[in-house]
Design a protein around this ligand. Structure first.
Ligand SMILES: [Zn+2]
Ligand SMILES: [Zn+2]
Length: 248
């Protein structure tokens, strides 16, 4: 499978990247993990406006879903459209949240999206075997494990340290893990990981490669985060960039 980073900025768009959105492709199937603010722009730049076959929204924070509201126009009003309803796997409440974000009073966005409610478990999406579980974040949030032909990608979504994250990441070839917070600062509990905590999770889970994401450029030091992660994980490690692709 192939991972393309469409957006990786934590919490709000950064100077160099939209918010969270990750395209994962296999056998011609294109699955989008999260659809954060600004990522509809990079979707067009790197893969094409209508390239999606399914979407997973890991939780309903704006930095992970808001361009799914903008995308309603793309599919509903396209000159060669409307396009068929796109499967969206998301926590309960996603239809109302996207409808409100789009700005409609009554009629829903279910002509554009076919919603499936997420709950912990394993299920297929296209050629992928998908496992999701609740992670440690203030709203209902799912970490994601994607398997295809024996290769494994784990995406942390937003989370503080938790056992579910370690189970999802166990022996993953690539661990795309958030590192929003700086180490050595008095961070609020139950929200996000530091670079050191991301590295510790990667070591405990025995992953092959750690990709750090969801850094907050305006508030953090990337060098500090990397140094903290390297101190806890000795395998290959890097901070992702919008537009970067990885063959897994
Ligand atoms: Zn976030
Ligand atoms: Zn969040």
């Amino acid at each position: 499978m192939r991972l393309t980073v469409l957006g990786c900025a934590g919490s709000f768009p950064g100077p160099e990247s939209p918010c969270s959105a990750y395209l994962v492709e296999a056998e011609g199937f294109r699955l989008l993990l999260d659809f954060g603010s600004g990522s509809l722009s990079t979707l067009q730049r790197y893969v094409g406006l209508h390239a999606l076959d399914a979407i997973v929204l890991t939780h309903l924070h704006g930095d992970h879903i808001l361009d799914a509201a903008s995308y309603v126009v793309v599919r509903r009003y396209a000159p060669d459209g409307p396009y068929p309803a796109l499967p969206v796997y998301a926590p309960p409440g996603a239809p109302d949240r996207l409808n409100a974000a789009y700005g409609q009073d009554e009629s829903a966005v279910d002509d554009v999206y076919q919603f499936y409610g997420l709950q912990p478990g394993t299920f297929p999406i296209g050629p992928f075997t998908v496992t999701v579980d609740r992670v440690n974040h203030p709203v209902e949030t799912y970490g994601v494990r994607l398997e295809h032909e024996g290769r494994v990608l784990c995406y942390s979504s937003d989370t503080a340290p938790c056992d579910a994250l370690l189970r999802l990441a166990q022996d993953a070839d690539v661990f795309l893990c958030e590192a929003s917070y700086l180490d050595g600062v008095d961070n609020p509990p139950g929200l996000h990981l530091t670079g050191r905590e991301a590295g510790e999770a990667a070591t405990k889970a025995g992953v092959g490669r750690l990709l750090l994401t969801h850094l907050v450029a305006a508030w953090g030091s990337e060098a500090h985060t990397v140094e903290s992660a390297v101190g806890a994980y000795t395998g290959p490690l890097e901070v992702v960039r919008a537009g970067a692709s990885y063959d897994i």
